[in-house]
Write a protein of this length. Structure first.
Length: 206
């Protein structure tokens, strides 16, 4: 089990730097900011909402980063809502002259924009990439400090070398840390993909 303070100490030890504690803290947070938009199994979130008749928008949770999948309930079944570019939503939406069951969605102004505008109240499930709680105290921990520890630590070390230490030696070290971070990212991508697979073929309704 790792936490914020443990990662700071290890980075300081790896880089042999004991006088840049605040810079290391900031580099860890910057590394998380860079990586948190990616979809891993540990930053998946779910929430429920209900459409409002004649209102094309749905609010999202404060930890919502971007959608993975949306579906609504109708006629005893959950029906997927197609992800579309916002410009396509605007182009295809005829406005208030046509309402109905949600067919497509896009994100706009930190809300879900549905098309067409719902004609009734439909339960909606949102599956999304969520923002994990921000680290503040040294004892704080989340999945960036555990499952993604190598990825964040190596990325933070590269940031410190590039932005704080600088110099020819640091410039030579930074790419190596970026490469190690890439290996860790690939591993997390693979693990996420494996967790989403059932391991067997399933027939569909077609």
């Amino acid at each position: 089990m790792s936490d914020y303070g443990t990662m700071q100490a290890r980075i300081a030890r790896d880089l042999r730097r004991t006088t840049i504690a605040d810079d290391i803290k900031n580099a860890i947070l910057d590394a998380i900011k860079v990586e948190e938009i990616r979809h891993y199994w540990f930053n998946e979130g779910r929430t429920s909402a209900t459409t409002i008749a004649d209102n094309p928008y749905l609010s999202v949770p404060t930890n919502f980063l971007h959608p993975i999948h949306l579906e609504y309930y109708d006629s005893n079944a959950w029906v997927p809502i197609q992800d579309e570019a916002y410009t396509q939503i605007v182009y295809d939406d005829p406005g208030p002259i046509w309402t109905g069951r949600p067919q497509a969605y896009s994100m706009f102004a930190s809300q879900v924009r549905l098309m067409p505008t719902p004609d009734a109240a439909y339960p909606v499930k949102m599956h999304f990439v969520k923002q994990l709680p921000t680290l503040t105290s040294d004892s704080d921990s989340n999945s960036w400090m555990t499952e993604a520890e190598i990825l964040i630590r190596q990325t933070a070390k590269a940031i410190v070398c590039e932005d704080i230490i600088k110099g020819s030696a640091a410039e030579k070290e930074a790419p190596r840390y970026r490469t190690l971070a890439g290996y860790a990212r690939d591993k997390l991508d693979f693990e996420t993909l494996q967790r989403r697979r059932s391991g067997r073929l399933r027939p569909n309704r077609w």
